[in-house]
Design a protein around this ligand. Structure first.
Ligand code: SAM
Length: 281
């Protein structure tokens, strides 16, 4: 690459760690999904050594990727005709999933991360299997204006995914994010999120992770104790899907840091939700 846009520091570096997990899964003969671009992102940055807990989380990153892949397929079948990857990172679902004819997919992330992603995908000559638009925007700012300017249609039912972001934002930014998503969500829209609770941040196994994240300027800023009640207050009917269920569904072991038998009440929440009908309808 002529200009160095590699996400080697800050919160965008975490996108590379997730790409590493997907590259590792892609190489398995019994993989739960294929991601033919993940290794290219990793090669462009160089392998990032993760703390032991990061290694223990590999299984969670894989199960969550497969869970949200299946959720997108179900959302398209249910009638969503567009999707937004909120903090898309190095997610390549626009390229690796089969989308219905005419499906529109918007990816929002910080300008530096997006520049890096586009450069690597350009070198690979990657062709999306949907109508893909990259939106360079800060999710704490006026991203709806950028999304609408990019052609997003708020009258269409939308599938929104917030994967691996909320813990890095302040609680007030997350509430504003959900408020704005709600305003842009036509009837029939769906939402899926990942978040963590306070007990999870207090796991002794995560001490080294906190230290590494702090050093690169990507410390966790928020947690949620009852994600269904929280999403309910923002106009969504939500369900938590436990990793134990996903592990059984995919014939994989329950990831160590998401196994209630080993971590008690600590949770990385995976949640799916549907938009409530407007009041009075
Ligand atoms: N969703 C992707 C995935 O699961 O592969 C990426 C997850 S990665 C852990 C976190 C992502 O959030 C990074 O790509 C980072 O650039 C993005 N991010 C963090 N804060 C952001 C902000 N304020 N605005 C836009 N993107 C942000």
């Amino acid at each position: 690459m002529t200009t160095d846009t590699r996400p080697t520091s800050g919160v965008s570096r975490t996108a590379v760690i997730i790409a590493q997990a997907r590259a590792t899964e892609d190489a398995r003969p019994d993989r739960l999904f294929a991601d033919p671009y993940a290794q290219s992102f990793v090669d462009a940055v160089g392998w990032i050594q993760v703390a032991e807990a990061g290694r223990l989380n590999q299984g969670h990153f894989v199960l969550r990727t497969r869970f949200f892949d299946d959720w997108f397929r179900a959302s398209a079948e249910a009638g969503c005709r567009q999707a937004v990857l909120v903090a898309a990172g190095l997610d390549t679902r626009a390229f690796r999933l089969d989308w219905p004819e005419g499906f529109r997919l918007f990816e929002i992330d910080l300008p530096g991360l997006m520049a890096f992603k586009e450069a690597v995908l350009g070198v690979r000559r990657a062709e999306p299997s949907c109508d893909r638009t990259a939106v360079r925007s800060d999710l704490r700012g006026d991203w709806p204006a950028d999304l609408l300017a990019a052609g997003f249609d708020p009258r269409q039912p939308t599938a929104w995914l917030i994967e691996g972001l909320m813990m890095y934002l302040e609680p007030a930014d997350n509430d504003r994010l959900l408020e704005r998503i709600g305003m842009l969500s036509a009837p029939g829209s769906r939402l899926a999120i990942e978040h963590i609770n306070k007990e999870y941040t207090e796991l002794p196994q995560l001490r080294a992770v906190h230290e590494r994240l702090r050093k690169v300027g990507a410390s966790w800023q928020s947690t949620v104790e009852d994600p269904c009640a929280w999403l309910g207050s923002h106009g969504w009917t939500a369900t938590v899907v436990p990793q134990t269920e996903l592990a059984a569904r995919n014939d994989r072991p329950v990831p160590e840091l998401t196994d209630p038998e080993r971590v008690g009440d600590a949770r990385m929440w995976l949640v799916e939700a549907t938009r409530n009908a407007p009041e009075g309808s």
